[in-house]
Every structure is written in C-alpha cells, then in structure tokens.
Design a protein around this ligand. Structure first.
Ligand code: SAH
Ligand code: SF4
Length: 370
C-alpha cells in the first residue's frame, strides 16, 4: 500500500496509533486485541489517522464503487421484545402493518427500475409469513428481476432458512448486536448469544453470504465489548457487517439512555475495515440519523454501501426501530437519487454489479444443497 497522503490529521498523529496502523496495513488486518483497544481509544486528534487508514484499505481492496441496497421494510410486527427496539412486542403505541407478497413485489420492481441491484427484505420477527410464503415471494422476485436478494428477518428455524435459500435468497443479515453474552441476554429477553451464533452458523452452512454486526453505545457496553464485537466479526468471517449507533426509543425500557456517538461509531467502523479489508460495510441509516453528515463520514471511514429506503411511503413512518430516522418522507426515487449524488460528491462511483462475493442462481443453490 502506498503512502498516507490522505491523512487529514497532518502532524497531529500519535506515534502509537500510527505504528499500529502501519502494522495493520502491512499485515492485512492482523491486529491484536490490545491494538484494537488502543485504536478505539484514539483521541479526536488521532482518529483522523485511523479514518484515513480505513479509507485507504477500503480503496485498495474494494476500489471506488459504493453499492446501493434497496431496503423494503415489509412488516413491523414482532414476537420478540428487545429492550432497545421500537418494534418490540410490548410497544402498544405502534400501529402495526404487514405488506402482502404482491405489494412487496411492486416495491421491488420500482427499486429495480431505479437501478438497484440488491433488494433487502427486512421485518420484525413475524411468523405470519410462513417459510413457504417467503420462499414463493423470493422465487418470483428472482425470476422476474435481475437482483440479488438479502433477507433480514431475524431468528427462524434452520428449515426456513434452507427453503428460502433454495428459492434463491443470496444473503442474510443477522446482527449479533453485542458480543457480551450477559448484555445480550439482558437486552434480548428469552434469547442467548450462543443461540444467535448458532443461527449465523446455519446460514453459513446453507451457503448464504452472511452479514452480522453490532450497535455502538448500548448501555452497559465498554470499549472492551466493542473489541470483542470486532473480533467476533473476524471469527465469523462475515461478508457484510452493519455497525450503527444505538438510538434510544421513547417507547422502550431504554428511553432516556444516551445514544451512541458519531465519533465512536466511526472508530468502530474504521477499525472493522482494517480487520475485514474486503467485507461490505454500510454507512448505516442509524449513522445518518444521529448526524446530518453521518453517512458521508461513514463512507470516508471504510464504508462501501448505502441502503436507500424503498418501502412504500404509506408505511415508512411506522417502521420505527428508533426515533429520528432519516428519509421518512423521501420517495424511493428521491432516496436513490440522494444516495447517488452523495456518492458522486465524494468522487466515487455507484456500483454496477450485485456487490456481493458472487451471485448464485436458484439452480446452483439447489445443487449446493443436495
Ligand atoms: N428483526 C430483525 C431485523 C430488524 S431489526 C432482527 O432483529 O434481526 C434490524 C436492526 O435494527 C437490528 O439488528 C438492530 O441492530 C437495529 N436496532 C434495533 N433497535 C435499535 C435502536 N434503538 N438503535 C439503533 N439500532 C437499532
Ligand atoms: Fe424485533 Fe428485530 Fe426489533 Fe428485536 S430488533 S424487537 S427482533 S424487530
């Protein structure tokens, strides 16, 4: 890798940060846990060096393309009761909705017509949608549209994952949320980190490209927890990692807790880029929601993905995982245009391919299964 000419920190870089970064750049992500902790502890003067290094690693490994993933939030019904999330079962103030398969297909068609090459189907954990129903939808979507399909539906039985994969789903996002088992169990009542990881291994076995990730700034989380989060992502060998700030929702038990900060989230993103040089990392919507410049800053700290919201406007405001979400009133076409102009303003290019590790069609999926 060539010199660090993009270093905005100028002469302010601290020797230990610079030395660690030089080691990481030379050795493709091989940073020790204590080195990760030092990088996450970098003060604002040094974090510029870290961000510039992450940007270089992104450019060296993935080039200038930023991939657009159009997200359709098709149901806000959820059987889980995560203490951080506005969709939690006990939030009686939320007006619930479900889109039918035809409505989802219509939204996907609109996104594909806007040039989107990956459709992300996301929802609360909603057993109303049976595996057969979802598999049928995925099959139709893949038959009709030239897109990769990513699912983000939470925990489901292995057999459901298998059927959806066989129908043509390419990728699955299941964030581990926090690598601290006690914090995980406290924040996600009735579930364990071990069980979440079991689901992630199933997805891997079934041939999905796997995404995980965590929130930054959860109450009770420390910098050491964040080191564990990054090490877990490395151990899982994820193809994608979603890293965003925790944002307290007023109708959850965590109301009143402070939100994760922009600065720390960017540091976690940047260090993750050093550790996973080729993973796809979104500049998350949550990052854009805590700061007007959040997504742009994310793209300059290692991110290579943006996820424009292509959910029909009618339902948009009801998918309130956290408050203050950006883009609630932008039509799909406006959301995609805004993402394109952000990418271009940075001198980068909109990804033209599927932006995955590889693309597999349903026939090939079947063969992998048997
Ligand atoms: N139900 C699925 C997918 C929808 S939730 C699941 O839980 O996997 C998608 C993501 O929203 C979660 O992975 C979590 O990281 C994030 N999220 C939930 N509540 C949040 C909050 N208050 N602030 C920031 N992100 C939150
Ligand atoms: Fe449901 Fe996902 Fe929210 Fe948990 S994070 S309450 S599983 S939508």
């Amino acid at each position: 890798m060539s010199g660090q000419s993009g270093n905005p920190a100028g002469g302010a870089d601290n020797a230990s940060t610079a030395a660690l970064l030089a080691g990481a750049l030379a050795d493709d992500g091989a940073l020790s846990p204590s080195a990760l902790l030092t990088l996450l502890s970098a003060d604002p003067a040094d974090s510029g060096t870290l961000f510039a290094a992450a940007d270089l690693v992104r450019e060296h490994n993935l080039g200038d393309e930023v991939h657009l993933r159009g997200i359709i939030e098709f149901s806000n019904c959820c059987v889980k009761n995560c203490r951080y999330c506005g969709l939690r079962r006990d939030n009686r103030r939320l007006v619930r909705y479900r889109l039918g398969p035809d409505e989802i297909l219509t939204a996907a068609r609109e996104a594909a017509a806007l040039g989107i090459k990956t459709i992300v189907l996301q929802s609360g954990e909603d057993p109303y949608y049976s595996a057969d129903m979802l598999a049928g939808l995925i099959y139709r979507l893949k038959e009709e549209l030239d897109v990769a399909v990513t699912l983000s539906l939470g925990d489901r039985p292995r057999e459901d994952y298998r059927l959806m994969r066989r129908a043509g789903a390419d990728r699955y996002l299941l964030k581990h949320e926090t690598a601290d088992p006690a914090l995980f169990a406290a924040l996600r009542p009735g579930t364990t980190l071990t069980d979440r990881l079991r689901h992630l291994y199933w997805l891997r076995e079934l041939g999905y490209e796997v995404g995980s990730g965590n929130m930054v700034g959860l109450p009770g989380q420390t910098l050491n927890t964040l080191v564990e989060d990054i090490l877990l992502l490395r151990e899982l060998g994820v193809e994608m990692a979603g890293i965003g700030p925790f944002i307290p929702h007023p109708d959850t038990p965590l109301t009143g807790c402070p939100a994760g900060s922009l600065e720390l989230t960017l540091k976690v993103l940047a260090v993750t880029r050093l550790v996973l040089p080729r993973a796809h990392l979104p500049a998350t919507t949550a990052l854009g929601s805590i700061h007007p410049d959040g997504r742009r800053r994310g793209l300059l700290c290692g991110a290579d993905v943006i996820m424009p919201n292509v959910t029909p406007l009618l339902y948009r405001s009801r998918y309130q995982i956290y408050p203050g979400k950006v883009g609630l009133s932008a039509t799909p076409s406006e959301a995609v245009a805004a993402a394109r102009s952000l990418i271009q303003s940075l001198g980068r290019r909109v990804g033209r391919g599927y932006g995955g590790v590889s693309r597999r069609n349903p026939e090939k999926n079947k063969k992998r299964e048997e």
